[in-house]
Design a protein around this ligand. Sequence first.
Ligand code: NFE
Ligand code: MG
Length: 520
Amino acid sequence: MAKRIVIDPVTRIEGHLRVEVEVKNGMVVDAWTKGTMFRGLEQIIQGKDPRDAVYITERICGVCMASHGWTSAMAVENAHGAVLPTVARLIRNLLVGALWLHDHPLHFYHLSVLDYLDVLAIKDYQGKDQNLLSVKDKIMKLVEMGDTAPLTPRYEPDDYSVRDPEIVATALSHYFQALKIQAKAKKLSAILGGKQPHQSSIIVGGVTGYPNDEQLEQFEQLLEEIVDFIKNIYVPDVVYFATGPLLPLAKSGLGKGPGNYLAYGAFPMNDSGKKKLFPGGFIQSGQTKIQEIDVAKITEDVTSSWYKESPIANPWDSFTEVDLNKNGAYTFVKSPRYNGLSSEVGPMSRMLVAEHKPFLQFIKEYSIRPGAVARHLARAQETILVADAMFKWLEELKGLLEQRKYLTDGKVYIHDSQHWDPPQSGRGAGLNEAPRGALGHWVEIEDHKVKNYQMVVPTTWNVSPRDNKGIPGPIEQALIGMPVDPNNPVNLVRVIRSFDPCLACAVHVISSEGDRMIQI
Ligand code: NFE
Ligand code: MG
């Protein structure tokens, strides 16, 4: 008989996710991912000045906010047909790039690596390293206080868990170091964003200003420190785990998704935006050809979602109206599909779509198959790409600022009335990448106001439920067929967390009644 396991909430992710699986003979035979909180940001924006959407949509989340601000500005700029000044493009890349440097190491150390460590093995550390001894002391104090919760996951270590006291102590020391790096990365984006979280310098048409010499110097120093940690600690740690203790999991492809990979592309390298650090594209399962993205092929379906039944439509023609009594519905997350297909988004999709040679060679060399461990590797790999690009963008920006060109014939934002005032009517789409994957905002403007606004965020793709054909979403598919110990389902959370889900983004508030969350 199948046994049902319910994890509610899945901890150490952003927002509220409930996962249910059925296990038979040590194997997951069915799975449901459920976003149990309704927000409603898309409705809040209706009737507002389209330029305000940048700041409203940023409030969706405390992690990837600048990605939303940027993508919202892109959607409105797309409705205008505006092209940004170079300085604005570089400042946006640097501001949002800083956010990625914050987000990816956070995901590894503070959300994921504990799934692979027997944290309490640190008590057996007998070495002489003062730093490791002080980490041991810290953990032992928590044990004495009976409060190890932040560092000890709710499931038990298993055969894949690292138990060597020195390795555990080292990983935990990096965990603490990464907390400091997180703070520095936030500072980095605040230098250009005015504040964090929720920057205030990206506006429709560009950015509000440019950094002075002192800020540029501060930015560069912080960047060097963060990148030093990324290249010398974070990436080697991911590689160590993936090719050492986790190699059997990596080779088994534990947690492979639907095999359809989607990326919209991000970080424009030139002003036309045609060349990007991460290219866009779609790979259909079983095919090697990378298809060009066609925005018309992006649809949302609400068959399994607590939203009023509506035809499957492109986001411009979709709406978000709650229906809590709908038969068969089990989540507030919609089902986005590309060309009708359940598609994975995120770092692994980006590296595959980019055909990034070092990543492909690396996984080939170690016979690593797409799955949970490969996602961690892809995330680490792309963090290096962003870090290296940050130095290039910074040099370019410094060059422009030194020429003082921007003061005479350039601007940081477009402010002629044709591009600054909201158009009377029009439609725009911003297709971008957030750290967790492909992010799209769609806006329809009428009477200079937002008539319809739809966001399809990375986690909406990955946590999507079954669609009208009954096809499960990517995480559901990743869970179905995987081995799990029903008495210690640590494998489930390993796979779920490898996608780095953010439910706050995916369900987009607050109920219309006020401050009460709707909780199912
Ligand atoms: Ni709330 Fe996000 C990212 C967006 S959600 S963190 O990255 O957009 O998937
Ligand atoms: Mg949406």
